[in-house]
Write a protein that binds this ligand. Structure first.
Ligand SMILES: Cc1ncc(COP(=O)(O)O)c(C=O)c1O
Length: 452
């Protein structure tokens, strides 16, 4: 490794960071992380802190899982790459598809299409959903509906169904035929409705209205995160997703669950949709599939969709979609090991308990700190607090987060700030004392921000 001065000086001279202003990254060196163990990360100056971000919602099993690391190095030694494009495949790809089908059987999934990450998985679901309708002769169904505040990655398809202008405005025009409706976001919504059950009904009514307006026979799919992650951990009322499912069924629209964050235990269940008792038609997964150790993802295909493709007699079901790294054997080997470890460790109960501890701790912080307008969570290790400059007007506080982040780091925790939201998503194997450490680092950060 180069020395610390070289790295600090050269950080953003030769690379652009995702989701950052290049000049800002040149002016202020970000935290340079050089090592990690368990649920802690270590920076270039030797400081160790608890990782309250889980890498980026992905390091579900912590940083020291030797089984996943060994699977990666063993596979690299044996076969570092071969393609899964028609005509060839590899043994880890076959084994993983078998394992994943078992893992998501309860969610109605039948097949896997492998990708290199979350955006790829979303793209795959969107493209295959259009093809599904075309195979059936339903050529008019090309549009997509989604939720404002939703995040579905940054490929043009995913960004077109995203519900946050930050990822769209500078890249417009987006893909035509994508329409967003208000999210079931109790703290802020155009209906001024603070009762989650009533809000759920209002959003469902607006979805039905949008479907009628667009014409049901023009819509390919509705995509949503079962719990909205990057948009600020927005947890829909339990009635919401079952009613979405009903509407999709009534109007012949496919339901895509974006499980890139919620899959593999983060929400306290193996999939986010299981919280709501819903089976989607497709699921986009990534992140926790390899615990972030290596880029990988899978679009899971439900029985209804799989049957249409596999029983096709028109010749239109040939899949004209895929990536060089689809089913990459090293990624697949990592995912097989990660699935086995995820099953063995079974972090669901810990994620649920520690998630409740974090959520309760944040609610306590809200009583102490005026800056906190809203606290959201309660379903696994997905929690957020939204900062406001005035509780009465709910004006989002867009600058306090950075102060909180810096001070929290000084006090032992890496947190993540996105706009006015502080997002907390540590590894699912985190302990009680480490959750307390994150809460007290947040407390110190909020105290500092209040006096800044
Ligand atoms: C719900 C959701 N979908 C898709 C993505 C995109 O995944 P990736 O960044 O791996 O492309 C993300 C990333 O955070 C996500 O949270």
């Amino acid at each position: 490794m180069k020395d610390s001065n070289f790295l600090k000086e050269n950080n953003a001279r030769h690379m652009w960071h995702p989701m950052a202003h290049p000049a800002e990254m040149q002016a202020t060196t970000p935290y340079i992380i050089t090592g990690a163990e368990g649920v802690k990360i270590r920076d270039i100056d030797g400081r160790e802190v608890v990782d309250a971000v889980g890498g980026l919602w992905c390091v579900n099993l912590g940083y020291s899982n030797t089984a996943i690391k060994k699977a990666i190095t063993d596979q690299l030694d044996r076969l570092p790459y071969y393609s899964a494009f028609s005509g060839t495949t590899t043994d880890p790809a076959i084994e993983l598809s078998y394992e994943l089908r078992e893992f998501f059987a309860e969610d109605g999934m039948a097949r896997a299409f492998f990708t290199s990450g979350g955006s790829d998985s979303v793209e795959t679901c969107l493209r295959l959903s259009r093809q599904y309708h075309k195979i059936r002769g339903d050529h008019g169904r090309t549009k997509f509906l989604s939720l404002k505040k939703g995040y579905h990655g940054t490929h043009f398809g995913g960004a077109s169904v995203n519900g946050n202008n930050r990822f769209r405005t500078m890249y417009e025009p987006m893909m035509p035929g994508c329409f967003q409706i208000a999210a079931p976001y109790t703290y802020r919504n155009p209906f001024n409705e603070s009762d989650p059950a009533k809000l759920s009904d209002l959003v469902i009514a607006s979805l039905a209205d949008e479907i009628e307006f667009q014409g049901a026979n023009t819509i390919a799919a509705f995509i949503m995160e079962p719990i909205l992650g990057s948009g600020g951990v927005i947890v829909p009322h339990e009635s919401f997703m079952p009613k979405v499912r009903e509407l999709c069924d009534r109007y012949g629209i496919l339901l895509i669950a974006d499980e890139v964050i919620t899959g593999f235990g983060r929400a306290g269940s193996w999939s986010g949709v299981r919280h709501w008792g819903v089976q989607p038609d497709m699921m986009a997964t990534a992140k926790g599939i390899t615990s972030g150790y290596i880029p990988f993802g899978a679009a899971m295909i439900g029985h209804k969709v799989a049957e249409v493709f596999e029983r096709d007699e028109t010749g239109t079901a040939s899949i004209g979609h895929g990536y060089t790294y689809s089913a990459h054997p090293v990624g697949a080997a990592a995912a097989i090991a990660c699935l086995a470890e995820t099953r063995r460790i079974d972090p669901r109960a810990n994620a649920a308990e520690r998630g409740v501890q974090m959520y309760a701790g944040m609610l306590k912080l809200q009583k102490k700190h005026e800056l906190i307008g809203d606290v959201r969570g309660g379903h696994g290790l997905m929690t957020a607090m939204e900062l406001v400059s005035d509780r009465a007007t709910k004006k989002p506080h867009m600058s306090a987060g950075k102060v909180v982040m810096k001070e929290a780091y000084e006090n032992g925790a890496m947190i993540r700030v996105s706009g006015a939201n502080i997002l907390i998503s540590p590894p699912l194997v985190i302990g009680e004392a480490e959750v307390d450490a994150i809460l007290s680092a947040l407390d110190a950060g909020l105290t500092k921000a209040a006096s800044a």
